[in-house]
Design a protein around this ligand. Structure first.
Ligand code: GLN
Length: 446
């Protein structure tokens, strides 16, 4: 942020809630759009998962500065299951470094089901850490024995979520009682010399890790921690390094959605991980973390509505990570005041959804004492449709509060000439200031 002149932000009042309403309404609408979709079925390999409410549905989005939008059953706890895998992999990387982890677990997509009993034919290592074989090998790499190893894992996830996570004891007991397939995998890995720890001890930790409970908001926060290169935006704690996160996001991109990974990258374009508990965590590096919960699964074990929500969010908000832009985020370059009641915000760079959301939120937070706000977008390199819609929403928002918003937009890239608000648009700051002064003089005293 550039220079902030004049008075500091006034008392926080209702306006923060008002601006976030733009995004909130949008999320509510996405939830409604997909709520009627009852395709898929509950996981039924253990009774606890078969007994959850199939209608439960929650979406949470965390911005990269930790502001969370949520809609639906966001207080509902569910088991993290395989969404845990990238986090244990990250922890092993964090503690042992890439070379040691790579000697035990590959990074190639397997194109196989998550619980396939398989290893790479030549190296005899699990093909990647996102399938059960690789995830069990990752658990074995986490330092500590028994409880210590599990507490390291729980502590790491909690650091990413920004709160203490707990185990669902019933799910854990059921996982333990029915885990023959995972036992087969662990013993196979042991026989190939991939596990440097007792297979039963490792399995016990793996079952407990899968049974940790989260909400969609926890997943959004965990994803946002990855989006910030390992810094939890809620707590400000650096949980792991940017290098570890880069590697983790790489395998989430290529292997996170199991055998649907190619389709996912094409349509959604965000590193993500799903779990049979119904959760999906998706990461837009540098910008957002998304958590979705809906327990009805497709035949690959991915949440049906979760996948659809991520598709909608990506397409409608322009979140695909391979959308080419010069800067992934635009910034407020300068903030300055004219007279006592006009505040000017100058934005530059490429304005995408997440950047526009943050610009609007800072305007709302800091401009309480100002009757008129001028947004200078003349130095923007580009602006996409979702960001434009957000900026158009701001002028209506300010109007609703008895304030006025003016735009410096010489090329009319934000407000087209035929738009009803086009007369709020000026070729340079001087003209906008003149219009703001004229409006202030004509407006009745508040
Ligand atoms: N506990 C499950 C298992 O190991 C987790 C699988 C998943 O979520 N895909 O089989």
């Amino acid at each position: 942020m550039g220079v902030v002149g004049g008075r500091g932000g006034g008392p926080a009042h209702a306006t923060i809630a008002d601006v976030s309403e733009l995004v909130q309404r949008y999320l509510d609408q996405i939830l409604r759009e997909h709520a009627g979709d009852t395709a898929g079925k509950l996981a039924d390999y253990i009774p606890e998962l078969a007994a959850v409410d199939p209608d439960d549905f929650a979406i949470s989005v965390s911005s990269s500065d930790g502001y969370v939008y949520e809609t639906g059953d966001t207080a509902t706890q569910f088991t993290i299951q395989s969404v845990s895998k990238p986090f244990t992999y990250a922890l092993a990387m964090d503690r042992l470094g890439e070379a040691v982890v790579d000697a035990h677990i590959g990074v190639e997509p397997s194109g196989e089901a998550f619980n396939e009993i398989s290893v790479d034919r030549t190296t005899r290592r699990p093909k990647n850490p996102m399938i059960n074989a690789g995830a069990i090998a990752a658990v074995a790499l986490v330092p500590g024995t028994g409880d210590e190893r599990f507490e390291n894992i729980r502590g790491f996830y909690s650091g990413c979520a920004g709160r203490e996570l707990d185990v669902d004891e019933e799910v854990y007991r059921s996982e333990e009682a029915t885990g023959s397939r995972n036992r087969a995998i662990a013993y196979m890995l042991d026989s190939f010399g991939v596990l440097d720890a007792d297979p039963d001890e490792v399995l016990d930790v793996y079952f407990r890790q899968c049974s940790l409970t989260v909400t969609s908001t926890d997943l959004a926060r965990m994803a946002a921690t990855l989006a910030r290169g390992g810094l939890n935006p809620l707590t400000g704690r650096q949980v792991t390094t940017a290098e570890v996160v880069r590697r983790t996001l790489s395998v989430m991109t290529t292997c996170g959605m199991y055998d649907a990974a190619g389709d996912w990258v094409s349509a959604v374009g965000m590193p993500a991980k799903s779990g049979v508990g119904g959760g999906i965590a998706a990461v837009l590096p540098g910008q957002l973390g998304i958590g979705v919960y809906s327990p009805l699964l497709d035949d690959k074990g991915n949440s049906v509505r979760g996948v659809k929500v991520c598709r909608s969010l990506s397409q409608e908000l322009g979140l695909h990570f391979l959308t080419v832009s010069r800067e992934s985020r635009s910034t407020i370059r300068a903030v300055y005041d004219v007279d006592d009641d006009i505040r000017v915000y100058e934005v530059h760079g490429d304005l995408l959804f997440a950047g526009a959301e943050q610009v609007l939120r800072s305007i709302d937070r800091d401009s309480a004492d100002f009757a008129a706000v001028i947004l200078d977008v003349s130095r923007l390199d580009s602006v996409n449709d979702p960001a434009r819609a957000m900026l158009l929403g701001l002028s209506a928002q300010l109007g609703g509060e008895g304030k006025a918003g003016f735009l410096v937009d010489p090329d009319r890239r934000v407000i087209p000439a035929e738009h009803p608000a086009a007369d709020l648009c000026f070729p340079d700051v001087d003209d906008a200031v003149a219009a703001a002064r004229a409006w202030l003089h004509s407006a009745p005293a508040p």
